[in-house]
Design a protein around this ligand. Sequence first.
Ligand code: PGD
Length: 753
Amino acid sequence: MARMRDGAVARLEAHPADPDPSPIGYDMVDVARSTARVTQPMVRKAFLDHGPRYADNRRGLEPFVPVSWSEATGLVAETLQSVKARFGNEGIYGGAYGWSSAGRFHHSQGQLHRFLNLYGGYVDHVDSYSWAALGVIMPHVLGDMMRVHPELPTWAEIAKNTQLFVAFGGVPLRNTQVNPGGLLRHSVRDDMKAARDAGVEFVCISPARDDIAAELGAQWISIRPHTDTAFMLALAHVMLTEDRYDRDFLTRCCTGFETLRDYVLGVSDGVPKTPAWAANICDCKPDVIVALARRMTERRTLVSLLWAIQRADHGEQPCWMAAALASLAGSLGKVGGGVGYGYGSVHGYGTAASRFKATPFPQGSNAVKTFFPVGRLADVLLNPRTPMQYNGQTLTTPDIRLIYWVGGNPFHHHQDINKLIRAWQRPEAVIVHEPFWTATARHADIVLPATTPLERDDIAFGDGSLIASHRVLDPVGQARSDYAIFADIAAGLGFRDAFTEGRSEAEWLTHIYESTRSRAKDSGLDLPDYAGFRRAGVIELPQAPPPPTMFGAFRADPAAHPLGTESGKVQLASARIASFGYDDCPGHPAWLEPIEWLGSPRAATYPIHLLSSQPKTRLHSQYDNGAVSQASKVQGREPVAMNPDDAAARGLDDGDVVRVFNDRGAFLAGVRVNDGLRRGVAHVSTGAWYDPLVPGEPGTLDVHGNPNMVAPDRGTSQLAQGPSAQSALVQIEKFEGPLPPIRAFIPPASVPR
Ligand code: PGD
């Protein structure tokens, strides 16, 4: 909430209804006014001089030239026309992955997609950086996740019905600060405490103790990163050999039990997946596995898998095996039991849903059907018109000639930044709308300054509340909303009226709200009119009734309530997946050694497994220049958490600056010694803005702390082709010599025309 003084915003405060406000948002005003803003349209000099067909692109290196809005929008229209004339709409990538901001009207991707759909379409992507492996494999195993997710037990139901909550990857509260579409009440901390008070026991299986709140008194089982599948297979081994599995459920509701059983017992491959076998892989005690397997079959158990676990080599496997475990343990389909994906990954999983959804900003439909899995962006740019496996299909990668990016920061979120930089030089044109001089903006040809949420009115709808977001700042410099920018470009291309439908921004907001209001009325709910809503600021909508027991109807009568899988049942093995013939994703859940992990030969050279998570102090890369994020830095660098033994072995003290590196790249970070991380594991949050020591030089050091300098850019498997950023081995050494300055927040060089 904005506190105003003399007509100007004095500061932002938490909403009084919020029990556990996130500190991230307090910086929005300062950041909006910071020097890192793009204040006027800018064009890379060589692009302005030579146009899109110039072959020698050196994005990220050359200076920009300030231009007027009319010249900039004219240039965008011309560039689109030039690419379309030669390559058709198939030459335009308009996926623009990213979080952007919470408002539903000024949602950047929605604006871009509407604009490009009206222009004839664009190459799109599928899946996400968040849960690609999960999203592709689970329809084969449990059916469509969009049907499974809404049935996830809420924390209130967990408190009532669950006895044991087994969390692979924990339930880190840092992620529950955010939710797509905005959030009024941060309730997860209190909800979990209430569950603990009601007697729920928590187990956190993770290399990091802090992945679950200390006050929950959870049992911490420390395992090597990305050995979860081996751990789960050994739990299954105990259940099978001690006759602790639910024969009735397996017979009635699952297919493939025999295949999985034979694999777990070693009948099919000669390797029984015993606790001793797994303990050797996971580096934990076999007794711990035996004891947990017994508890899981004696108590109503909910198996939870954090999305980060599947952002790794063979990330499909722990997803599949978690469902298999819940089936074996007999908890799937029972109240308070089963399997949940996403608790602790964002706020909205496990919190009550609202009774209906707000009307979205209409995007139209895309005439181009070409797509690629989003995590493969760099490969697609580097290798156009090449076959790529994906979920049983052979795709042909598109030949992207123009990238249009609005509301995301691939130089923050994509793995292997040095490879991305090479790939990013390939297209003829890169157009970006950005409020800030992020690395993505710096690597563009045309940069159009966008407003931040404080500079425009909007409606947020995230966790069951309608929130009026008010303009409290004047747009900084010449910044304009994405809507206004697209309306002008559409005018140049002859479809302004189709894009705007004759509505101003205020009229669109009224239209979206009034249509939401009339849908609310249909479900018996009277909302105030638009003016009343904006005065009220927040409308809390009634919650939907608690979801039915997840898979409850299916368990009771699988023939009457089949799942959307190939057999209609839970697939403990899948003939369809087996038929794809993928060696990196066989027809049943399996322990496949990660390409990069502490057990691989590569660990002899790079002995530290680097985990990277969503940051506690900012929204992905947003607000990195704000006070909250800056206060967490060590000598201006992103902190790297290290186990005390690993630090001591390298002669490192808390507060030292180190070089974190492997053969993909290197970055500087500041040491924070932390005994809550197991030995051989380090952790860096994502989101420190990429800050090259020598801009444009291949492989140059990032002086600020972006973990994607060293993260691998390869698909989780041929099935999902999801990002596997977590599978990164590195070495860490003390950084000697004078510390390079941080320049990420200083605008790039600009030259007059
Ligand atoms: P943001 O920093 O939110 O990150 O990556 P994502 O790209 O979503 O980027 C949003 C950008 O949009 C910012 O630059 C912001 O300034 C801009 N923006 C905000 N509002 C507006 C607007 O109204 N208009 C315009 N034009 N721009 C706007 C997040 C992604 O990172 C995600 S979701 C995940 S889950 C991944 N996680 C990991 C990970 O665990 N580990 C690694 N190593 N890497 C990851 N990357 C992924």
